[in-house]
Every structure is written in C-alpha cells, then in structure tokens.
Design a protein around this ligand. Structure first.
Ligand code: GLN
Length: 227
C-alpha cells in the first residue's frame, strides 16, 4: 500500500486526508523534508499559492520538493496546488509571465493563469466530464480557480469547461477552457474534488497513478510477477 503525503503548510489539508481515509489509503501530512522523503506521492492542496510559496521556503521544502518531482514522484495539485506545479504562471490581469509572490515547481509543462474566472464569477460549480474518471460527471467546485492557458506536447487535457473566462480575450465563446491535466505522474485540477461531497474518484485515480509509478519506490514491497 503506497503512502500518500498531503502538503500541510496551508489550505484544505484535512479534506484531502479525509478522502484518502475514506479510500482506506494511508495518508499523512508533510511539513518538512524528512516527511517528504517518507511518502510515495504528494497532494498539493487548494489554498493560496502565494502563502504556500512563502511557507515552502520558510520550511526549507521548496528545493527538496522540486528535486523529488524531478525524480518522478507522483503529485496531484488542486487549485493553488495546480498553480504551484506549473512551469509558469500568469497573473489574473496581465500576460506578463510570473505572478508576484508565486514560485512554481516546474513539474507540469503548462502555463497557468491565476484567479482566471475573475471577480464576477469568483466561485462556481459545474458538472464536468473528466477523462480517466468513470461514471457520471464530477461535481466540480471552483473557488478563485486558475485555468491552464497553454499545454506542452506531453500534457494530456482531462477536462474543459465551455467558454472562455479570461478578460480581454478575443478568442470567442465556445472554446474550451482547460481545467484538468495530466503529464506522466503529475495530475492537476483547477477545481476541488476534496470538497465534492465524498466523491473520491480523482483521489482514487491519483492512488492508481502512485501504484503504477515506476520510480520504484511504491513497488518495492510488491513481488515481481512472473509472466
Ligand atoms: N486563487 C488561489 C491561488 O492562486 C487559489 C484558490 C484555491 O486554491 N481555491 O493560489
């Protein structure tokens, strides 16, 4: 059974822990490098990416985390977590790269725009089909959510909402706005499945990704299958 870590510097940590508890998967909080070294995969929760940036640096976790991601540790970021995992971030109003106070980990080849739905629709909920998630659409909760503006060639788009929320965009209606992506062992959603009434399908997908991961750590205890 892999051990899942939840980055516990700020944000909706408890809700993620509860999701893994419901799934019967051991999960623990990660606040420092030693705790990070002991997990097979890490959730970066929703919250505030500027605050988490500052705390990652204070707790001397930024570099160790970047290193483990580089080595292929599975990670799942929801909302602020998606922002942190990105290669690059745009602020809500400008197309200048970088957002004051946010340092990204560069684990996902995407450009993310923070707070992209703007003030009028700060928060909303939608029924969303997510590739790789079986069954009925997910009830997706968006709270001051980011969007994915650009994806690299190795990034799979898992979900889109209709219409384009970004101010000043001339790209017209009806185009999809990307709100969930996966690149190898890294998964990110702009919404918060941990706030979706006990629908743990995204968390289950992430656990499967950790089990399938071939950095070796999660498999050490598994006897090799003879085929
Ligand atoms: N707007 C927040 C950020 O950019 C994310 C909000 C959230 O995680 N619900 O960090």
């Amino acid at each position: 059974q892999p051990v899942v870590g939840v980055l516990a510097l700020q944000g909706d940590v408890a809700e993620h822990l509860q999701a893994f508890e419901r799934l019967g998967v051991p999960a623990r909080t990660v606040r420092g490098p030693r705790e990070l070294a002991a997990v097979d995969g890490l959730v970066l929760p929703g919250g505030e990416s500027t605050t988490m940036t500052r705390l990652l640096e204070t707790f001397e976790l930024f570099e160790p985390l970047r290193q483990r991601l580089r080595e292929g540790m599975p990670a799942y970021g929801s909302c602020a977590g998606m922002v942190l995992l990105a290669d690059s971030v745009l602020d809500d109003r400008t197309d200048v790269e970088g957002s004051p106070g946010v340092r990204t980990l560069g684990a996902l080849d995407v450009v993310v725009r923070r707070n992209a739905f703007g003030r009028q629709v700060d928060s909303f909920e939608a029924e969303l089909d997510v590739a790789g998630i079986e069954g009925p659409p997910m009830h997706a909760v968006f709270i001051r959510a980011p969007i994915v503006e650009k994806t690299g060639a190795d990034v799979a788009v898992l979900a889109e909402v209709r219409g384009r929320p970004v101010r000043g965009s001339a790209e017209g209606d009806g185009t999809g706005t990307i709100v969930a992506v996966r690149q190898g062992p890294v998964l990110a959603t702009a919404f918060h499945p941990e706030l979706a009434n006990g629908d743990d399908r995204v968390h289950r997908l992430f656990v499967r990704m950790i089990r399938d991961n071939d950095d070796g750590r999660a498999r050490e205890a598994t006897p090799a299958r003879a085929e």
